[in-house]
Design a protein around this ligand. Structure first.
Ligand SMILES: [Zn+2]
Length: 165
């Protein structure tokens, strides 16, 4: 299981967490399910509806989620994950995160933001088949597009290989 995204998306979701600090940010990852890989092609910011406790909770309004899902399907993309931040807490899922995670197969990325600066970003795949046997599994984040422009031949080879998959 891998969550794959471009450097641009990776930076965007981490910057979102810095902007909303000391409150939690949240958003949706759109892309494609590709076997063991959740390929995130876009990060969509969402408003944190948990105004009661936004420093340690996040919530996306159902209407907003439906709107995001509808717009993404029109473009051939699906919701492959969610992201949020943990202000001054480690990038590990909390019991509340687990209880409120319902999208089996999706990736849940969490960024620790310490004193306003993004630190670790981890991702967890919601495995299982139902609410009863669901479980969070650690998954690596593969960040693409980090190559130095000077290493273009290798970059081309990499793109070709990806295209062939
Ligand atoms: Zn959390």
């Amino acid at each position: 299981m891998v969550l794959r995204m471009s450097q641009q998306i990776y930076d965007a979701l981490r910057e979102h967490g810095e902007e909303t600090y000391p409150l939690e940010c949240c958003g949706v990852l759109l892309g494609r399910f590709a076997g063991a890989v959740n390929d995130a092609e876009e990060a969509v910011r969402a408003d944190n509806t948990r105004t009661d406790s936004a420093h340690n909770r996040y919530g996306i309004a159902p209407q907003e989620l439906v709107r995001i899902q509808r717009a993404s399907r029109e473009r051939g993309l699906e919701i492959v994950g969610f992201y949020h931040s943990h202000p001054d807490h480690p990038a590990r899922w909390s019991p509340t995160d687990f209880a409120e995670a319902h999208w089996i197969g999706c990736s849940y990325a969490i960024t620790a933001v310490e004193k306003g600066a993004a630190r670790q970003t981890n991702s967890f795949r919601l495995a299982g088949t139902t609410e009863d046997d669901k479980a969070f599994e650690d998954e690596p984040i593969e960040v693409t597009g980090q190559l130095d422009p000077g290493l273009e031949p290798w970059g081309d080879a990499r793109r070709t290989r990806e295209a062939a998959c």
